[in-house]
Design a protein around this ligand. Structure first.
Ligand code: XMP
Ligand code: MG
Length: 179
């Protein structure tokens, strides 16, 4: 497998571009079925989900409203901090909407639990989560995300939107930190 270096760290390929794209197409088929006849609002969580959102959205067979939020719970290192700040909020109200949150990775789940509650408080009709990756070993909540492409162990990963110190987001595959 190909190793890459980002700043001071070395990563090895973990999920190939082909594998990622195939799973996204599967997930889109499921979402197309589940939201048939509805008009969901997609809420993409910046920065990490921008590439996943772009690829997933282009597989959907409906024309969704897409909005972006940016929350801060993570500060450039390799561990979640648990702090939450809204850096960019929704531009339109989610009231009455069936919201599908699109996220790059669910780790402890605290970020999305917070966002889910916030959307419900603001009057969303339903809130579901579609995450590219699910780090299930760290997850702290009873219900897993409704949709995810890959369950992964607790390794730090970069690529396909995910960064190490804001680098590596444009990689087409996903790489994990070498021990
Ligand atoms: P929680 O713990 O709230 O964290 O579910 C989710 C957020 O933590 C970031 N995160 C990562 N970012 N590689 C990354 O580039 C990782 O392995 C990783 N694990 C967690 C990410 O911003 C996510 O939104
Ligand atoms: Mg993120």
């Amino acid at each position: 497998m190909k190793d890459i270096r980002i700043l001071d760290k070395v990563f090895e390929e973990y999920l190939s571009e082909e594998n990622i794209q195939a799973r996204i197409a599967d997930l889109a088929r499921q979402i197309n079925r589940d939201y048939a006849g509805k008009d969901p609002l997609i809420v993409s969580v910046l920065n990490g989900a921008f590439i996943f959102t772009a690829d997933l959205a282009r597989h959907l067979n409906f024309d969704p409203e897409i909005q972006f939020v940016r929350l801060s719970s993570y500060h450039g290192g390799t561990k979640s901090s648990g702090q939450m700040r809204v850096l960019l909020d929704l531009s339109n109200s989610p009231e009455g909407r069936d919201v599908l949150i699109v996220e790059d990775i669910v780790d402890t789940g605290r970020t999305l639990d917070w966002l889910r509650r916030d959307l419900m408080v603001k009057g969303a009709n339903s809130v579901k989560i579609a995450s590219l990756l699910f780090k299930h070993e760290m997850y702290q909540f009873p219900e897993p995300p409704e949709y995810f492409c890959f369950k992964i162990p607790n390794a730090f990963v970069v690529g396909y939107g995910l960064d190490y110190a804001e680098r590596g987001r444009n990689l087409r595959a996903i790489y994990s930190l070498k021990p």
